[in-house]
Write a protein that binds this ligand. Structure first.
Ligand SMILES: Cc1ncc(COP(=O)(O)O)c(C=O)c1O
Length: 446
């Protein structure tokens, strides 16, 4: 069938709200997907967006049973179990945004760098964004495609290598631009400046890139005073001001960004809207994101980049852990073979209470427990939960949404071993891709 005929068949299926339309769209070539989108009117596009979201939701909805079955198997714990099927579902949504806007999407390695699943991700995205040299090398070697690097400050001894591995280097000050920009440009690397867009709504100050006195991004007055001198060296602007947020937040931030920096954008090649876009969350407003990007591109004539991390792997991995012991204080306490402090640090830092499959809030179900880690830290507490049946030593519990900001951040505090990393490549098969041991702990000490 020709591309036109293929596209026509998909459009027809969309109009009939035939659920096969989404799978056909997703496996089609870029040309067929483009022709499909071109043939749809506004209503048709909205229908396709809803169908894409529904299809993803359905597949995620069936994952819990699979994990419960895996937990009953002989798999050793603790283990981060990455679900390649679900990662690919997230990728499809991200690529749909790309299809509708022709933006470029770079996966943020800081959130997730388990390269065992990069081949699937690289089929859908344009590359990675790196926070410094090591991530830039990993992105280049394991993901391929483009690498866009931002660090609050680069070290002189790393700049040669950063230039080798990066397609763009984003600077956080005019001093750093002056120091390294010329060399980078001579070597064909594009140059960006990170700015503070002047607006953010992130409740936890620790995670707010625009908190008072933030070091992240050049503030407007300094930018306006210096940019004209350096304009000839700069290809794009970058901001990152969101954390787990919807597109309505991007809309507010863009208003502020445009007020402060809009007049400097025309003539640049790109604007990078950073990460923090929870694009693959069920309630995320994709249509608004698409409209914002398309309007921005038309208004300024620039390419738009996004660098989501969480959205790539949201809800696409779990941490399976076993109950080691049960002790009693005023509360019943289950000591797990995993630890908030070492294996899920954001639980303590954010802080948040991870969801455990089959659990309820404390006292919601008949048997309540505090789940805690084996480390010496008094506060190594994962959270308070309740269950239908009493917990027993050896029971397995499944902490959901554990692929993001966990493996990249975990530690060996107390010499506690790191969890295995396993990948579920299809519905039945699990491949353990990494096991850790004493050597890994020892190698990090002197
Ligand atoms: C500059 C930058 N880009 C992208 C990201 C990825 O953000 P998220 O994982 O929340 O999408 C972050 C996260 O801190 C960041 O600092």
């Amino acid at each position: 069938m020709s591309a036109d005929k293929d596209a026509e068949a998909i459009v027809w299926a969309i109009m009939r709200k035939d659920s096969k339309a989404v799978s056909r769209y997703n496996v089609s070539s870029g040309e067929v997907r483009r022709k499909t989108l071109e043939s749809l009117d506004e209503n048709g596009l909205m229908t396709l967006t809803l169908m894409i979201k529904d299809a993803k939701k359905k597949i995620f909805g069936s994952a819990a049973k699979k994990y419960l079955d895996f937990a009953k198997s002989a798999i050793s714990t603790p283990v981060y179990l990455l679900d390649e099927t679900l990662i690919e579902e997230n990728m499809k949504v991200l690529r749909y945004v790309r299809d509708r806007t022709d933006c470029r999407i770079f996966h943020a390695l800081k959130a997730y760098a388990s390269f065992a699943t990069f081949p699937v991700m690289a089929r859908y995205l344009d590359g990675t964004c790196a926070s410094g040299l090591h991530e830039a090398i990993l992105g280049h070697e394991e993901f391929g495609k483009q690498v866009h690097t931002f660090s609050a400050a680069y070290q002189e001894r790393e700049i040669e290598s950063l230039i080798t591995y990066s397609d763009s280097l984003i600077f956080n000050s005019f001093y750093q631009l002056r120091s390294y920009g010329k060399l980078a440009r001579q070597r064909g690397v594009e140059i960006g400046l990170r700015v503070n867009p002047g607006y953010a709504e992130v409740a936890a100050e620790m995670y707010n890139p625009c908190a008072p006195n933030s070091r992240l991004g050049i503030v407007h007055d300094i930018f306006a005073a210096n940019f004209p001198k350096y304009r000839h060296m700069v290809d794009g602007l970058h901001f990152h001001a969101m954390c787990q947020q919807n597109s309505d937040m991007l809309e507010k931030i863009l208003i502020s960004f445009e007020q402060l920096f809009g007049k400097f954008v025309k003539g640049l090649k790109w604007v990078n809207l950073g990460g923090g876009h929870h694009i693959t969350r069920d309630d995320y407003d994709l249509e608004l994101l698409i409209r914002l990007i398309n309007t921005f591109k038309t208004k300024y004539g620039v390419q738009v980049f996004l660098e989501p991390g969480e959205a790539s792997i949201l809800n696409a991995g779990v941490l399976i852990s076993s109950v080691l012991d049960l002790v009693k204080n005023k509360a019943e306490i289950a000591i797990m073979d995993t630890s908030a402090e070492t294996h899920m640090p954001d639980v303590l830092l954010m802080p948040y209470r991870p969801f455990v499959l089959g659990s309820g809030m404390p006292d919601e179900k008949k048997y309540s427990y505090r789940l805690a880690g084996p480390s010496c830290l008094a506060g190594d507490i994962i959270g308070d939960y309740s269950f239908d049946r009493p917990l027993k030593r050896g029971n397995r519990l499944i902490f959901t949404d554990m692929a993001l900001y966990s493996i990249v951040k975990n530690t060996t505090f107390n010499g506690i071993n790191l969890p295995d990393i396993a990948v579920c490549r299809n519905a039945e098969k699990i491949e353990t891709v990494k096991k850790f041991g004493y050597r890994d702990y020892r190698n990090r000490q002197s």
